[in-house]
Design a protein around this ligand. Structure first.
Ligand code: RM4
Ligand code: MN
Ligand code: MN
Length: 400
């Protein structure tokens, strides 16, 4: 292993600095109660309001040092006074990140929102995204992140081409309202809740729409949104090459969109994703430097804050390992078509135990070396379990 790391010192300042600069956004919806369509199990101390979610996110940031922003979902996190929210977040050392419009929880959206056959419904959806753009401006966020729950359940239900055209028109109206510097991220998912066709089923569709819209539109890759066996690192490589990789929603899965702890099931895939990004970056790809790394995860049976820390921890491990890949040796092996040598160079980095390195990075930031121990020592979980009483939530997501 060490010989394959070449002359690279794994605690080199350059690597430590890169690890320190890497941040990941946590989702407000990961702190509230959530579950499956069968049952929501209340977690004692689960956050009930945006302020409580922000307070929890601040704890994650306090022990990891790498989660300074929080994504919000509107209207789940709707507030009257966004300046007050911004100030509150700042007081916790946080800022609001991506604003996610919710276009799937109103009766009018039964057959879709932005692709709906009825122009009035489409206008309602567009107006909601416009409102989210204003919220993003108010809280100084530069990302609006769009996921659509729409499509059809049966062949013939609607014209697939017309749905596509309506969606493009709606997105054009949304895009026209984006202020300079704000990005519109377009997320795709191949199924659910629509089961025959989904209007944004894959990265190709999101990419094509982004390209039609303009440079402020980019693709969001949610790692749980692909058919089994899809090569996500290759999708990442292609989007980087097109300069349209806007961001990630990290989570892991075994079967479908399971939203499990990041890297819990397929840590090697996560490593390969970061390997593509770092590889592109080493070649001067500018897209690689402006990717929004976000977690999209809900916890059904796990302690929520600790689960979020675990996801952040696993992401950092995968990222640090990818930084350790000996790029020049890899290039050489590729030039020589040394299939196994190239593979072993990746393997050597992947098999390296980076936990001591990450502990050292935390120490240098003035944090405890072990974020789980630091969280436990804070007594925060016990405190909020005492203070917060349960809200009754009927279905899988808060606000449902
Ligand atoms: C979707 C998708 C979106 C998230 C919704 C609630 O599966 O991943 O990003 O906002 O769930
Ligand atoms: Mn997502
Ligand atoms: Mn999802």
């Amino acid at each position: 292993m060490q010989e394959r790391m070449g002359k690279q010192n794994i605690e080199s300042d350059a690597i430590v600095e890169k690890i320190q600069r890497f941040t990941v956004e946590t989702p407000s919806w990961g702190y509230g109660d959530s579950g499956t369509r069968f049952k929501v199990f209340h977690w004692p101390g689960a956050a009930r309001t945006l302020r409580e979610k922000l307070a929890d996110a601040a704890e994650v940031n306090n022990v990891t040092g790498v989660c300074p922003s929080v994504a919000i979902h509107i209207p789940w996190d709707q507030e009257d006074d966004w300046q007050a929210v911004k100030a509150y977040a700042q007081s916790l050392g946080l800022r609001i990140g991506a604003v996610n419009p919710n276009l799937f929880q109103e009766d009018t959206y039964r057959f879709g929102s932005l692709s709906h056959i009825d122009k009035q419904v489409r206008q309602r959806g567009i107006a909601h995204v416009h409102e989210c753009i204003q919220i993003a401006q108010a809280v100084d966020s530069d990302i609006v992140s769009l996921w659509l729950a729409e499509g059809t359940n049966y062949p013939g239900q609607d014209s697939l081409r017309q749905r596509r055209q309506r969606l493009l028109e709606s997105l054009q109206e949304i895009y026209a309202a984006l202020p300079a510097g704000m990005r519109l991220l377009i997320e795709y998912k191949f199924f659910e809740p629509a089961f025959y066709s989904t209007d944004l089923p894959d990265w190709g569709t999101s990419l094509q729409l982004s390209q039609k819209l303009g440079p402020q539109a980019e693709v969001l890759v949610d790692t749980g949104h692909h058919p089994q066996g899809t090569n996500i690192p290759q999708i990442v490589a292609q989007l980087l090459d097109e300069g349209r990789l806007g961001g990630f929603h990290f989570n892991d899965r075994k079967y479908a969109d399971d939203d499990l702890i990041v890297g819990s099931l397929n840590p090697f895939e996560l490593f390969c994703i970061f390997n593509e990004i770092i590889d592109a970056s080493s070649e001067g790809n500018t897209n690689a430097g402006r990717i929004a790394y976000m977690i999209d995860q809900s916890h059904n049976i796990e302690p929520k804050i600790e689960a979020m820390i675990q996801s952040v921890y696993n992401i950092q491990i995968a990222y640090a390992k990818a930084l350790l890949v000996d790029r020049s040796a890899l290039r050489q092996a590729q030039r020589e078509s040394s299939v196994l040598e190239a593979y072993r160079i990746l393997q050597a980095a992947y098999e390296t135990d980076v936990r001591p390195l990450l502990a050292e990075v935390r120490r240098r930031q003035g944090l405890g070396p072990d974020p789980f121990a630091a969280f436990e020592a804070s007594g925060y979980a016990g405190r909020v379990a005492q203070e917060r009483t349960a809200l009754t939530t009927a279905s899988g997501y808060p606000g449902a």
